[in-house]
Design a binder for this molecule. Sequence first.
Ligand code: ADP
Ligand code: MG
Length: 378
Amino acid sequence: MKEHIQEQFKNRFGTDSVVYASAGRINLIGEHTDYNGGFVFPGAIDKYIMAAININGTDKVRVYSMDMDAYSEFGLNEEDAPQEQWARYIFGVCRETIKRGGVVKGFDTVFAGNVPLGAGLSSSAALESCFAFALNDMFNDNKIDKFELAKIGQSTEHNYCGVNCGIMDQFASVFGKKDCLMRLDCRSLEHEYFPFHPEGYKLVLLNSKVKHELVDSPYNKRRESCERVAAKLGVETLRDATYTMLADIRDQLNDEDYRRARFVIGEKQRVLDVCDALERGDYETVGRCMFETHDGLSRDYEVSCEELDYLNDVARECGVTGSRIMGGGFGGCTINLVKEDRYDNFIATAKEKFNKKYGHEPEVINVIISDGAHKVED
Ligand code: ADP
Ligand code: MG
């Protein structure tokens, strides 16, 4: 990919270039925990946005997107925002860097990627992190710290792309490390690396390619349930709640709020259990926790859907080690940890059965935990 992008760059702009990349991400476990002050557990994957860049001595950014086959040109002031959505990610990163006192000058760039768009792997965070990292390296002697780079990406989504996202995606894309997952404490923002190199297993996503649009803002309703229970318990967030505390106030809660809180409390513990298991290299426990998360998301938190529950059932039938819905819910992917000798049968069965029932095959996305934002050396 690197040589190809650099060649395109040379053809278009006539100079050599330096290449940067950043990754999409998965989240192994820790769902709907961020706004409850809990933990998430993401890792960067071997799917990248890659950009060839060279300083051009002007006050303009000139950018060609290979995947969109489209060109955009913009200045670096607030009023220079480009129309194209894909270019706004890059413009936003420039602006957010400048707002933080960083230096950005005109540059030329050609970029491309292989992070599937809109599949829940955060291609947008990969794009932001790639350019945030590059601008830091090219213009700022790498003086902007990594957490700030992640925040530059997050603010780009908030201020230039209309997406009110948390910090996990950009964090994972910037901090990602080969063969490591990262436990991010969403309350303190502390993070810790844990080894993840499941020898003899594969990590594979099955994209259902369905997205159920729900009218009654289910995300806000889940949040409200959690906040109500936390308030009744007198804690700031459900991070500080336990099953025992919940049991003590059960008769003061409606069944729905009770089950929402039960999921969140369990999910916090499962992330910690998975971290312990990884330190022992115990991938069977990891898998069991993933299934438990799926059940919790489906029955207690009620953010699954028929198609994803079906993919989860098929995974169980095929002897997959762990499987769960990944992301906010109501569609998208399942993430599956599967022994190599069961992989072929699982994929074939899932494709066939899902196709028979829903009229299309799920998209198969194999992932390997890899490095996040970096300069691509020769
Ligand atoms: P995701 O869940 O993958 O982050 P988003 O809708 O948040 O989905 O971001 C997808 C958007 O990011 C695309 O519509 C496009 O504007 C931009 N993008 C992602 N990957 C690329 C790419 N390879 N080339 C150009 N733009 C991209
Ligand atoms: Mg996104």
